[in-house]
Each structure stands twice: as C-alpha cells, then as structure tokens.
Design a protein around this ligand. Structure first.
Ligand code: LAN
Length: 747
C-alpha cells in the first residue's frame, strides 16, 4: 500500500465510531482498555471483517511526527470542551491568565473519575514484541481486537528503510527490526507481505539476526529462534555471592536486578517454547545462512553497530569467558540452590507488586517463569496475564505497551502543583479535590513482606511513580507527592494526609540520601561506577547501579525545604544538614557551561530547571551557580522565544537543538528562570508568548518531539508534559508579573 492509498483510506473511514468502541476503565489508577464489538456483529466472519475495517481507523503516518497525540482518549473525554481562539488581550497577564484557565479546564476534562490522569506512556520498541513472544510461547494470545491494533501499531512505526529503531523516533536497529519482525509473524503477517519483505531485507542487508543485542538474543532463545549457546551466561549463582560483594545483584539498579532475575531463571532452566512450524519458518527468515549452520558461540558478543551504544569492556569479555567455562561444569547443587532462591524471589516480587512487577520487562519475563514453574492453569499465571492489560495503551497509532503501568502519581503530582500555583481551585475545585484524594490513596502505607531479604529499601511513607498496587517508592516521586500535598494544604484543599504521614515521607527522603548529598532513583547507591564494565545490555547506558541524579536530588531538596517551612521543628538539624549536603551535590553536578545534564527527560533544559529550582528553594537565587545556570538558558533561547532540544541531546550528552521550538523545553526553561526570579522580563515574556501562541483553541497543546528518556539512549513518551508544564510556566508567570508590576526585581 502506498502512502497516497493510506491517506485516501484514512479520509474515507470515519474513525470516531471505531475509536469509541475502545473504553478505558480506571480504578485507583489502574488503566485498562476494553473493547467490545457493536451488537450487530455476531459471527466470526463478521468479526474478522469488522476488525479489518477497524484497522483502517488506526492508520497513522509517522512521516511528519512519529509521536501520536493520544487522541483516542482525549477526543472522547474533551468533546464537550468549548473552543476559543487565543486571547489577543493587550494586557500580558490577562492573556496568560486566559491561557492558563483554558488550558487548566481542558486538562481537567481529561481527569479520570478516580482522580488521576491517564495517558500514553509508549515510545520504546522492545517492550511489545517481548509480550507477543511470551504470549505465543505460553499459548495465551491477546484477543483478536488487541492483536489487530498491535499489528497496526508496529506497521505504523516502520521506518521507510524497512526497519525499526530502539524507540519511535530512532533510526533502524537490529534489535528493533528483528523484534518487530518476529512479533508481526506471530501476529499472522505473511513473509511475502511488502512490509515484511522490507523488514527482512533490512535484517539481511545488515548481516542477519546473529548480531541482535543480548536482550534480543534472550527473547529469541526462549522462542526457539536462537540457540542458548549463542548467549553469554546469565548465571543464577551470582545470587549466592556474599551480599557485600559489589557483584551481588542485590547491589544493582533495581530495574536491572529485576530483569536479570527472571532472565537468570530462564537461562538456568534453558526455558524454550515449542519449536512450531512458525518458529522454524522464522528461523529461516531472519538469518543469512541456514539455521543449522550457524556457529552460535561466535556470536555471543556480536552486536550490530546500529545497536552498539555501550561497547563491552575487555574485562567483561574476560569475565564472561570464565563464566562460560563455569557453565560447562556448573555444580548441580549450587545451581539448584540458586534457582530455588530465584524462584522464591520472583514470587515475592509478584506478591509485592500485585503481579504488576516493577516494569514492563520483568512483568513479561516473570510471566514466562511462572508459566514454566506453575503451569498455564495456575492462579499465579492467570494473575500475571491479567496484568498484561495494565501495560497496553490505545492511541491513534494503535495499541502499544507502556514503559510502566502508567505515570499516574507523577502526572497527578505535577498537575496539582501547576494548578495550585495558578489558583485553579477558584474555578475547578472538584478537579483538585479528586487529585488530592488520588495522591492520598497512592502513598505507600504498608511495608512489603521480607523486604530486607529481597533487597528492598523501606517503602512506608513513599510515593510510587504509578499506583499503590505497584508500590515501589521512588525518591523523587515521594518528593513530588509530598510537595503536592503541602501545596494542597496551603491552598486549603484536603486534610486527610496527616502530619504523621507527611513526616514519614520526609523520613524516607532522608533515608534515601547518599553520603555525597545526592539522591538516586529508587534506593541509595549500592555499587560504584566500576560496575558498568559488567553492563551486558549494549543498548543502555548507566544501567548497572542507581546513581545520584540532579533531578531526583533537586526534587528531594525542594520537598524537604517545603516541609521544613511548615514544620520547622521536625528533625530540624537533620533536615537542615540534608538540604545543605544536597545543595553541595547539585553544585557539583553543574557543568562548565552553567547547565545541568538531565537523565530522565530531554535534556539540558530539564536538568537545568531542576538544578535552578534546588538552588532557588534553598535560598541561593543569587548565587553565582544560579546566575550561570540562568545565563546558560538565555543563551539557548531561540529568536521566537522558544527553547527546543532534540532527543539526540540525551544520547550524545551535549546540547543539540531541535528544528522547532518545543513547548515542553520552553516551559522548563521558563520555570527555571522564574524560580530564580531572574531579571530578564523580555526573554521570559517572549517565551510565554510562544507558549500562548502554540495553544490550541480547546486549551490543549500539540504533541511535538518525544520528551522522556531512560539510560540515555531510549526515549519514552510523556503525554501529560505538553499540558502540565506550559500551565505551570503560565501560573508562575502570572505571579512573577505581579511582582514586576510592583517593581520587585530580585537583583
Ligand atoms: C522511569 C520512569 C520514572 C522516572 C522518574 C521518576 C521520572 C525519574 O525522575 C527517576 C527514574 C524513573 C523512576 C524511571 C527509571 C527508568 C524507567 C523505570 C522509567 C523511565 C520508566 C521505564 C524505565 C524502565 C527501566 C524501562 C524498562 C527498561 C529497562 C532497561 C529495564
């Protein structure tokens, strides 16, 4: 099908009736998309024909912009929102106020009945195929309605060269391409379909799937389309090392730990699905030579250059060499003991998180381990499968797998702070009350069982990134949760979160701090940077340990400052000292040019907003560091008042401008400048004018480039950022302008 054919079909199909058959249910943050056929569709043939038609309603062109705008949800929920043209008010604060109110009302329209904001959290291309592979091995296919949209999503995101990247904006890579190819075959695409031909040409022209990175080798091995022999060992015995050895997996970053866990299970048992006819066909389609002739061992370290972000250290090769030898002689009793512990741990993580698991990768691989251990009909496996649906998201580009079970708490906390700062309680009080209730409900209230045994930091008092059922607390999510509750209380909204619970949050934040003053993401840093030489995942950077980050540290410092402001006597000396050490860390992380590198969003505007915010709340607005940070930002402003960074900034760790001004980067830069009360009214007003000019008539903002990132190389969608951050910047501008009008400049 050519591009013009697609456009024609698109305009012929009225999408809304199809989109509306997908309904999102929300309960305490749990988001699940449900589909039902219209009543008149009864027979299997009718259903199949109907799904074919539905697929057309999800055709999406990534040519101009690979980022969908979350329209399936948004159009349904905001259909009633009136459209107004942008304010042409002469008075700048009136224009900003109108834009804020319009934007806040729009965003309020998206709030779910349980108080949270649901949204697209897709982006990576290696998650969904992993699920499809596991659903195939375990003979637990998704419903046909879901399969149709999954297939459509993958086809929509195919690059013109026939491949797929690590994420939606990326150039084609072996990992992305082979994984989508295999998933599409499982979903029924025939190898002679033009899309599949293009994909297999890409794979073959690049030397075949033998050079897929290690995580791809893993998925193909369990499927039976790669041999375990071609994988470096995922030795389960590491779990038996003495706990205080750096190499013990209990010291790894929790995401790496929790992915390695079920991977080591599958490796230990050499889990492999039935080699079906389809698997045999796939074997013959993704390699350049006959499957039987492949010398697997040779390919253990073979990674195509398109995929090689982190080159394996020589030492790693040496260590693997030794471990691979051990693998031949592995001591049975030790292996048995290690696998017993691994299984116990998998089960504990399942229980701790109500089968959601910490993330999308271990959710799926745990499912496989549970299927292997307990069988398809076990309660445990069924509970796993139920949670697959918590990760699936429907947007106008089809069905994707979210990078987490959602960003519920995170989005609610930011929205609440933007709303309270702008005084939105005056016109949407119920929205704020419901957000408060959601945040109240989401705070962790109980410790998980055996948390020390399973290497968990304390949880009580913390906030997770998503839902209370998920429950892993995070440093900065705890901080944003605390800050938002304090902001609500100051605005006179809600009173259910008691002083004791706020103090517990502050306690937890204190306990998360590292000796160097900084905060990592989920835990204190447990291993040094040296552990990166053990990084076996070639596509991700800084994955082995949890390092202190500017963003996490800034959020914690701010929450502690705000807490101290309301409760000055609680653990006074410790909090003062903690803030001081935190600020020292923030200053240390500042780069030569005055900026801060962002690790969890794109990129220097994000990091610098956090760096500046920490300094500002700790009373260092006029420090040289703050001045240098602000000067950096001013230096990067575009002529139209905007800021804009390409995702390549994160990958290359240097400022790379986007072709267009980006709403989200602009908002972050403005928030940073205004947090420091930087006396640059013209620059700030120009930025604000840019934000207002981009606002759509219903109060939404357009979805531009992808804005989230992890491990520096993989991008992830934050659909809420385009609403929440401009709103927050407008709110702050309204206050700033009032000060300026009274001639109250900081300097
Ligand atoms: C997230 C999402 C939230 C994010 C913030 C809270 C925004 C950040 O400030 C700290 C780091 C954190 C918690 C974070 C870490 C990495 C995650 C968990 C993700 C980006 C969501 C998905 C990603 C996870 C690692 C994806 C699975 C891939 C692997 C390499 C395991």
């Amino acid at each position: 099908m050519t591009e013009t054919d697609l456009v024609e079909i698109k305009s012929k199909t009225d999408r809304a009736p199809f989109w509306n058959l997908w309904k999102l249910s929300s309960h305490r943050g749990r988001q699940v998309w449900n589909f039902s056929f219209p009543e008149h569709i009864q027979t299997d043939e009718q259903k199949q024909a109907f799904l074919k038609e539905m697929e057309y309603a999800f055709i999406f062109s990534k040519k101009e912009n690979a980022n969908a705008a979350d329209r399936v949800l948004r159009e349904k929920h905001t259909a009633q929102i009136p459209h107004f043209s942008n304010s042409t008010a002469e008075n700048k604060s009136d224009a900003a106020r109108t834009a804020f109110e319009k934007g806040a009302r729009f965003y309020a329209g998206l709030q779910q009945t349980d108080g949270h904001w649901a949204g697209d959290y897709g982006g990576p291309h290696f998650l969904l195929p992993g699920l499809i592979v596991v659903s195939y091995i375990t003979d637990s296919p998704l419903p046909l309605s879901h399969q149709t949209l999954v297939k459509r999503y993958m086809l929509n995101h195919q690059n013109t060269d026939g491949g797929w990247g690590l994420h939606i904006e990326d150039e084609s890579s072996m990992f992305g391409t082979v994984m989508q190819y295999v998933a599409l075959r499982i979903l029924g695409m025939k190898p002679d379909a033009p899309e599949m031909q293009n994909a297999s040409n890409w794979i073959k022209e690049h030397g075949g799937a033998v050079s897929i990175p290690s995580w791809g080798k893993f998925y193909l091995s369990v499927l039976g389309a790669f041999e375990w022999e071609g994988c470096n060992t995922l030795i389960p015995e590491l779990w038996l090392l003495p706990r205080n050895w750096g190499l013990h997996p209990g010291n790894y970053w929790c995401h790496t730990r929790m992915v390695y866990l079920p991977m080591s299970y599958c490796y230990g048992y050499r889990v492999k699905g039935t080699v079906t006819d389809l698997v045999r066909e796939i074997r013959s389609e993704i390699y350049c030579e006959p499957y039987e002739n492949i010398r697997w061992k040779k390919h253990r370290f073979h990674v195509h250059e398109t995929d090689s972000y982190v080159k394996p250290a020589k030492l790693l090769k040496g260590i693997y060499g030794a471990l691979n030898v051990y693998e031949k002689i592995n001591i049975k009793a030790l292996r048995k003991k290690a696998l017993k512990f691994v299984w116990e741990y998998i089960h504990a993580e399942d229980e701790h998180t109500n089968y959601i698991n910490i993330g999308p990768v271990n959710q799926v691989i745990n499912s496989l381990a549970v299927w292997h251990q307990k069988g398809k009909n076990s309660e445990e496996f069924k509970k796993h499968v139920e949670r697959w649906y918590d990760y699936l998201w429907v947007a106008e580009d089809g069905m994707k797998m979210n990078g987490y079970n959602g960003s519920q708490l995170w989005d609610a906390a930011f929205a609440s702070q933007a709303f309270t700062e702008g005084g939105a309680d005056k016109f949407i009080p119920e929205t704020l009350q419901k957000a408060y209730d959601f945040i109240d409900d989401t705070q962790v209230k109980e410790e998980v069982r055996d948390h020390r045994k399973f290497f968990r930091h304390d949880s009580v008092g913390g906030w997770p990134f998503s839902t209370s059922d998920h429950g892993w607390p995070i440093t900065d999510c705890t901080a944003e949760g605390l800050s938002s509750v304090l902001a609500f209380h100051e605005a006179g909204i809600g009173n259910k979160v008691s002083f004791e619970r706020l103090a517990k949050a502050a306690d937890l934040i204190l306990s998360f701090q590292n000796p160097n003053g900084g905060w990592a993401s989920y835990e204190r840093q447990r291993a040094g940077k040296w552990l990166e030489i053990m990084n076996p995942a070639e596509v991700f950077g800084d994955i082995m340990a949890d390092y202190p980050y500017t963003e996490c540290s800034s959020a914690c410092i701010r929450a502690l400052c705000e807490f101290r402001h309301v409760y000055p006597d609680y653990r006074k000396n410790e909090i003062n000292q903690s803030i001081k050490n935190g600020i020292r860390f923030i200053k240390q992380k500042q780069l030569e040019d005055g900026s801060w590198l962002g690790s969890w969003a794109v990129c220097f505007t994000y990091g610098t907003w956090f760096g500046l915010t920490a300094l500002a709340v700790a009373g260092e607005k006029n420090s040289t560091e703050a001045q240098r940070g602000c000067a950096f930002l001013l230096n990067k402003q575009n002529a139209d008042g905007s800021w804009g960074e390409s995702y390549r900034s994160s990958v290359e760790k240097r400022y790379i401008a986007h072709n267009d001004g980006q709403i989200i980067n602009t908002a972050w830069a403005l928030l940073g400048l205004m947090a420091c009360e930087y006396p640059a009214p013209e620059a700030i007003e120009k930025g604000i004018r840019f934000l207002i000019s981009k606002q759509e008539s219903n109060g939404d903002w357009p979805q531009q480039g992808i804005s989230g990132v992890f491990n520096f190389n993989c991008m992830i969608t934050y659909t809420s950022y385009r609403n929440v951050f401009p709103l927050w910047a407008l709110a702050r501008y309204i206050k700033t302008k009032q000060r300026w009008d009274k001639n109250q400049f900081y300097l």
